[in-house]
Design a protein around this ligand. Sequence first.
Ligand code: PRX
Length: 635
Amino acid sequence: MVPKISTLSGYIHEYQKSVANPTGFWANIADSFYWRKKWDTILKWNFNDPEIEWFKGGRLNITENIFERNLFQHGEQKALIWEPNDPSESIIELTYEELFSEVKSFANVLRNHAVKKGDRVAIYLPMVPELVIAMLACARIGAIHSVVFAGFSANALSERINDAQAKILITADGGFRGNKIINLKETADEALLNSPSIRSNIVVKRTNQKIEWNTKRDFWWHTEMDKVMDEASAEIMDAEDPLFILYTSGSTGKPKGVVHSTAGYMVYAAYTFKNVFQYSSNDIYFCAADIGWITGHSYIVYGPLLEGATTVMFEGIPNFPNPSRYWDIINKHQVNQFYSSPTALRSLIAEGQQWIKDVKMPSLRVLGTVGEPINEEAWHWYHDHVGKNKCPIVDTWWQTETGGIMISPIAGVIPTKPAFACLPLPGIQPVIVDAEGNKLCGNSVEGNLCLQFPWPGIARTIWNDHPRYVKSYFSKYQGLYFTGDGVRRDEDGYYRILGRMDDVINVAGHRLGTAEIENAINEHPLVVESAVVGYPHEIKGQGVFAFVVSNDIPMNAIEELKNSIKKGVSKMISPIARPDFILFVDGLPKTRSGKIMRRILKNIVEHKSDFGDITTLTNPEIVDHLLQIYNSMEK
Ligand code: PRX
C-alpha cells in the first residue's frame, strides 16, 4: 500500500523531499506496487518538445495491482457497493474475489470478440457495476478503454468512437436516472450507423425495455458471460502503454482524446486517493461522480480499488426520490468519506433545510468537492450541515489531463480555508505567470496557473494528435504546462482557483468548449454565426449564453427558432450543452482579423460595464446594440 502522510509536519517534509528529489520521491511510492519487472529509468521529460515517460522499462498490469496484490489481505472484503437509482431495488455488493471473477470472465468475452492488446473499446453505459467490470477487463487484456458519458448524444458518441477507431462498443438497453429512462441502445444504434470500426456491440440488460436488435452485431452481456471461464491471465504491459482514453473539451471544436499511461496513472491515482481522503482499512468511501468523467475513473474505480478500499457507486441523482438521497446512502452504508461537486451541493441547498437539518451522519469523517470553484456559501453549508462542523473539506483542484488531484488539502492534515484548494500535493510544483509568461513569485499574486515539473499522472498525449497536445498545454508559456485556469495565491501561500481563462466553460461541473457549442448552433440552416459564453448561474456555476446572428426571422418565429437551435445542440452534443439563453443580434464584435472579441460578450453577461479598449474592433458600434438588446431581454 502507498505511504500515508498524517501530520502537517509530515506534509511539509514530504513536499520538500518531493521537490528536492522528485525521482527518488516517486520511485519510493512506486515501490509499493507489484511489478513484473522494475523500471530502468524513473523519469525522462521535456516540456519544450513535450515527451514524458515515467518508470520506463517497467512491466506490470494494473489489474494485478488491484486484485492479485490485494487479495491476500482483502479478498473477502467488499470492493464495490452498488446503490441503485431506485432505493427499493436491491443493492449489489461485490467482494474483491467476486469482482475479480467478473473481470476475468469479461476479459475472456473481449478476447472471444478478438479484442487484443492496444485495441480500443468504447464503453457507453449507465452507472452499473458492468461499467467497472468492463473497464477493468479491458485493462486485464491490455485493451484501451474509452468511456463515453451516457448523457452524450449519438453524434458525440460516434465522433469519439471514430476518433479512437474502437473495435467494440459496450452499452445497455437503457439506463435509469431519477424517474426517467435513458434510451441508450437506441442512441448507440444511431451512433453505429456512422461508426464502421465497431464489430460487436455488447449490451447489458438493465431496464428490460424493448429495443431493436441487429443479430450480426449485437450480443447480450449475460449470454456472452455464460460462455466463458473466470480465469484470465493478465497481459503484461509496458509502464508507458496507454491505459485509457477519455475525451474532454478544449477551446477548439473537436473533443480531445486525453491519453493516460498505465504505471504513472496507477501510482498517482492510488497515492492521491489514499492521502487526500486519508483512507484507512475498512473505511467505506463514496464518490458521487459519474464514471463517464475523470473523477469517476480515478476516484470511484482506480484509486480506491488499487488501495483495497470499499467504493460506493451510485446509479441515480441527488434528488430522487427526494433530496435526502445522498444522506440516506451515507447512513445506509456507513460512509466515512464523501466526495461530491459544488453543483450537486447548490441544488440540494436550493431544496431547503428540511432535508438535512435533522439528519445525523456519525460515520462521516471527510468531505470532498471537485469540478468547479465552490462558492463560500456552499462551502459553509457543506461544512456546517453535512459535516456538522467536524469533517474537513477537501476542495480538490485537478483536470482530466492531470489524472489525479493536484492542489488540495490533505484531510485533517492541512488546515482549510473556505473556497480555497489550499496547497499543492507532494510532487506538484505550481507556478503563476502573467500574460507575458513572467513568473509571479511570492504571495498575494494572481495570474495563470501552470506546472513546471511533471508528475506521474500527467496525460502523455492526445490520441492521434500529439501536435494538439503540444499546442494545447505547452505552447502558451515556454517550458510550462498551462492548465487553462486562473488562480490567486493569497498572503498565506494558499491557492484559490478562479476559473477558466480560455474558451472553455464549466456548466454544472461539465467541461464544455464554447467552440463546440457554436459549431452545433451554426449547423442550423437559419444561423449565420454565433458566439457562446458562460454566464454566472446560481446552481450550475455557469450557464450557456448564445449570441446568434440570423437573417430575417419573423418576430412570431423567434421562439420556434430558439427551440430548434436548442434541440440541435442536444442532438449534436448533449442536453448538458443546451443554451440556457439565446439572444438574436445583428452582429458580433470582431477584430480586424475577424476574431470574435468574446471578452466583450463575457462582460455583458457578467454585468461588467468596463469594456476596455474597443477601438480595435471593426464594428465598435455593435457594443451599444448588444447592450441594448441584452438589457431589454427577459432573464
Ligand atoms: O477549471 C478547473 C475546474 O475544472 C477543470 C477541469 O475539468 P475536467 O477536466 O472536466 O475535470 C474535472 C474534474 C477533475 C479545471 O481546469 N476545476 C476542477 N476542480 C476544481 C475546479 N475549479 C475550481 N476548484 C476546483 N476544486
